[in-house]
Ligand binder design. Structure first.
Ligand SMILES: *Cc1c(COP(=O)(O)O)cnc(C)c1O
Length: 364
């Protein structure tokens, strides 16, 4: 069997991208909020169903800037079951992460466990819509309102999703997206902050552009996190194809579900009710007792046949070397991190490949 990786970047037809970047050769406008940048922000506002979109050079900087925009200091309640970026963005803002356990069924932060972690130092909650599974947004907002906390969602996995008909990145005080090459929608590298408060637009603009308002006025101590015109052009092209790409992912997910459903000890990702999903990932949970093989053994066995799955998210961010000794106990997240395995999932993954992967897992 040919080698299959956990993901494959979506690319538009070559001619479409060349067509999109051609006028850059006339204008020589390569970056700094050019025409493509402005157009992509506008198109994303409408696609995502959010009031404001501020494009960023990548998803990590989007999260750092979103947190920085609120000028916080103290503790932030978050999940350890995520990519390094979430926890790093909190710490790099001088904030202290306080790790909350996750839910068994969808792996998002367990809202019922948040309040017990709130102290007089708590200033925000940073939940993650992990694998595109939407957090308990109503309950999280209720807690935040009661205690006067900001909510910033790491929505890197939730591009274009809808929850009860509403854009998934319209919840909380802000949501960040990643447009990294490996995500459902990419601008090669890229990201965005979605928000509804009008005043935040200026703050984020300053943060991503050195605080420069005009030639003579520098208003605040900003960094540089601008998206360039080539990234934005890739986004404009990919946005035209993203619905079909998600549809192709849906078919992959359904094939996995159909072929893996009755294997003892294999628990497949399930679409949440009320969510229009984007099928960003296909995680399975391997329960060794019932399946007879550990997650690591299955991972190795797939690898030997050229199937490169990923132990995503393992280890927990709270057990990274750089965070050792500080972390709260999150037993459910700990157990799930040893059981979880993301199977190959991307638009264009052929049905025969999915069948082949399932045969290996079934041990047929
Ligand atoms: C990809 C990702 C990020 C970071 O995005 P980049 O665009 O790679 O900087 C942040 N959080 C999560 C959960 C991610 O998966």
């Amino acid at each position: 069997m040919e080698e299959i990786f956990v993901t494959r970047s979506f690319m538009p037809p070559f001619e479409e991208y060349v067509g999109e970047i051609r006028d850059i050769w006339n204008t020589h406008w390569l970056t700094n909020m050019g025409v493509k940048h402005q157009q992509l922000e506008k198109e994303l506002q409408s696609y995502l169903g959010v009031r404001h979109v501020s494009l960023m050079v990548n998803g990590h900087m989007a999260l750092e800037m979103a947190l920085q925009a609120f000028d916080l200091s103290g503790e932030v309640i978050t999940t350890p079951f995520t990519f390094a970026s979430t926890t790093h963005a909190i710490v790099r803002n001088g904030l202290t992460p306080v790790f909350c356990d996750i839910r068994e069924d969808d792996y998002t932060i367990d809202a019922a466990k948040i309040e017990a972690l709130i102290t007089e130092k708590t200033v925000a909650i940073v939940p993650v819509h992990v694998y595109g599974n939407i957090c308990q947004v109503e309950e999280i907002q209720r807690i935040a309102d009661k205690h006067g906390l900001k909510v910033v969602y790491d929505a890197a996995h939730a591009f274009g999703e809808r929850y009860k008909g509403r854009g998934a990145t319209s919840f909380g005080d802000a949501s960040i997206l990643s447009f990294h090459a490996t995500k459902v929608f990419n601008t090669i590298e890229g990201g965005a902050v979605c928000f509804s408060e009008d005043d935040m637009e200026r703050t984020l603009y300053n943060l991503k552009n050195f605080g420069i308002r005009n030639e003579e006025c520098v208003e605040s101590v900003g960094a540089n996190a601008k998206m360039n015109e080539f990234q934005a052009a890739m986004g404009l092209c990919n946005l035209k194809h993203v619905r079909e790409a998600i549809e192709e992912r849906r078919k992959v997910a359904e094939t996995y579900q159909e072929l893996l459903q009755d294997i003892p000890g294999i628990y497949c990702w399930q679409k949440q009710e009320d969510v229009e999903a984007n099928y960003a990932y296909f995680p399975i949970r391997v329960a060794q007792e019932e399946y007879g093989e550990s997650r690591d053994e299955l991972f190795e066995r797939l690898g030997q046949q050229g199937i490169h799955a990923r132990k995503y998210f393992y280890p927990l961010t709270s057990s990274f070397e750089c965070y050792q000794g500080k972390a709260e106990k999150t037993p459910i997240a700990e157990r799930i991190s040893h059981q979880i395995l993301c199977l190959p999932m991307y638009a264009g993954l052929e049905k025969e490949c999915v069948e082949g992967i399932c045969r290996i897992i079934r041990r047929d």
